[in-house]
Design a protein around this ligand. Structure first.
Ligand code: FE
Ligand code: FE
Length: 196
């Protein structure tokens, strides 16, 4: 249909995303966009699509848990019984964007996947979705131990940087004796088997 030829309206997405975030979170989003754009350049991924996905990734960050659960109802068995907004805001964000086409004019599944999987990853992630996930973790404002190493790796080895981020996260989660979502492991396994 003809709307495929209209391209992505970044200004419109920006203006509408802003309405759902506070200033601090929007600053984070801008840093993710900047980082994702650089990575898209390095790894030859569509820049406009990557920017749109990065810009939208946290759109549902401040939604109520019940709103998130309502948005994803009947979809995504992997988070069916999930009640962590930290995990759900990606999946809920993708469905919110899909349902409100008039706000963002985005229905591209690759762009939506970047939003959907930025919290816990997944197997079978596209390069675009991997970039959004990584940019969220290593944008200039992030300070976790190892982030400099991940940034260096990100310039030469996308999957290597992702695996480094996941490994660091897993070690932290284990040290905290916290529940680990299986998608993180599936994501890590996919990175390893794609490499072979
Ligand atoms: Fe997020
Ligand atoms: Fe984020």
């Amino acid at each position: 249909i003809w709307r495929d030829f209209m391209g992505i309206n970044i200004e419109k997405i920006e203006a509408n995303v802003k309405k759902y975030l506070d200033e601090k979170r929007y600053e984070h989003v801008k840093r993710v966009v900047k980082c994702a754009e650089e990575l898209a350049q390095i790894y030859s991924v569509d820049i406009e699509k990557t920017k749109a996905s990065a810009l939208l990734h946290d759109v549902a960050k401040f939604f109520e848990l019940s709103t998130m659960q309502e948005l994803i109802k009947g979809k995504y068995p992997e988070v069916k019984d999930e009640n962590s907004t930290a995990i759900l805001h990606g999946f809920a964000g993708a469905e919110f964007i899909r349902k409100n086409y008039e706000l963002f004019e985005i229905d591209d599944e690759e762009i939506l996947d970047g939003v959907k999987y930025h919290t816990i990853g997944s197997k079978n992630m596209s390069k675009l979705a991997k970039i959004v996930y990584l940019a969220d973790a290593i944008e200039e404002g992030r300070t976790w131990g190892g982030v400099e190493m991940a940034r260096e790796l990100s310039k030469i080895d996308l999957d290597g940087a992702l695996k480094y981020e996941i490994d660091t996260k897993l070690i932290y989660l284990i040290s905290k004796d916290t529940i680990i979502h299986p998608n993180i492991i599936l994501f890590r396994n996919a990175l390893i088997s794609e490499r072979k």
